[in-house]
Design a protein around this ligand. Structure first.
Ligand code: C2E
Ligand code: MG
Ligand code: MG
Ligand code: MG
Length: 285
């Protein structure tokens, strides 16, 4: 019976693996069309200044409007796009959308910043026909610090020359750098400090466990104190409750991002949120 069961399991396992790989192939094929037809949209999630409640930063998060599947999450296609060498094209589109948008929002709020996620493969590519980000910023008349590039710790850990050179070129143009999902990898703040980093984003797995006396609170407090001493600002990701917000604000965290403030929004909805935020901030002053 055990053997039979084992065989069934094996059979089930391979067929679901086959299904998964067929699914990946379909997504990969559809991604080519998606790039040609630009089926992507950036949603924006506010990054809230914890002390003032002001919103003058947002993270751009990609969404794919698939003709038959509907809205597809980046979790389902970024990995495939990386494997198939499509992430550079997608990343360039994300960058162009983000720069157009930040230019618009800067007319209302001159210090507005949009952060975008950059996959390690985008930094490693040796393709020369990609969009020159620095030229593009210059052409729009935008200062580099209108854009923040989010990278993960891993990018710095296996940093080859090409990656550090690319980062340095962006830094020299004024573009700011954030470490995304901090605490999930194996790097330390001491190591990160060797690179010129502006923001540390505390991963949502730490924010989730925040309560008075919890070890995750001690961890967040330590990250905040140390980041500040090293000249970096801290953004907490995945803030979902008032308690998490209060504990982080109390600990001196600079910015919060999460469902407690808002989920990622389409541009029109973000416009409304921004308008309401400006009005309430004006009342406070
Ligand atoms: P990330 O950069 O760490 O982005 C944060 C993710 O957490 C987003 O998921 C966001 O919607 C979600 N989130 C925000 N607040 C909360 C909260 O309070 N609770 C919980 N549970 N989740 C929250 P999303 O949009 O599905 O993106 C997932 C990941 O896909 C991103 O993680 C990023 O690594 C990647 N990604 C998104 N857009 C791009 C892009 O344009 N390029 C690249 N290379 N990667 C992207
Ligand atoms: Mg991010
Ligand atoms: Mg993150
Ligand atoms: Mg993440």
């Amino acid at each position: 019976a055990a053997k039979e069961l084992g065989r069934n399991c094996f059979h089930f396992f391979t067929s679901s693996m086959q299904q998964a790989s067929v699914e990946r192939m379909r997504i990969a094929a559809d991604l080519h069309t998606a790039i040609e037809e630009d089926q992507f949209e950036l949603f924006y999630q506010p990054i809230v200044d914890m002390a003032s409640g002001r919103i003058h930063k947002a993270e751009g998060l990609i969404r794919w409007h698939h003709p038959t599947r509907g809205m597809v999450s980046p979790v389902e296609f970024i990995g495939i796009a990386e494997d198939k060498g499509l992430i550079v094209d997608i990343g360039d589109r994300v960058f162009i959308k983000a720069t157009d948008q930040v230019q618009r929002w800067r007319q209302l709020l001159p210090d507005f910043q949009i952060s975008i996620n950059k996959s390690p493969i985008q930094l490693k590519t040796n393709r020369t026909n990609h969009v020159d980000w620095i030229d593009h910023l210059r052409a729009l008349g935008l200062p580099g610090d209108a854009i923040v590039v989010e990278i993960t710790e891993g990018v710095l850990l296996d940093a080859q020359n090409r990656v550090t050179t690319r980062l340095e070129q962006l830094r020299n143009a004024g573009v700011q750098i954030a470490i995304d999902d901090f605490g999930t990898g194996y790097s330390s703040l001491a190591y990160i400090n060797k690179f010129d980093i502006n923001f540390v984003k505390i991963d949502q797995s730490f924010t989730r466990g925040l309560k008075p006396g919890a070890s995750d609170l001690a961890l967040c407090e330590a990250i905040i104190v140390m980041s500040h001493k090293l000249g970096m600002k801290v953004i907490a990701e995945g803030v979902e409750t008032q308690l998490q917000h209060d504990l982080l604000a109390e600990a001196g965290c600079d910015y919060g991002q999460g469902y407690f403030y808002s989920k990622p929004l389409a541009v029109d909805d973000f416009d409304r949120l921004l308008e309401a935020n400006r009005r309430s901030a004006a009342i406070k002053v």
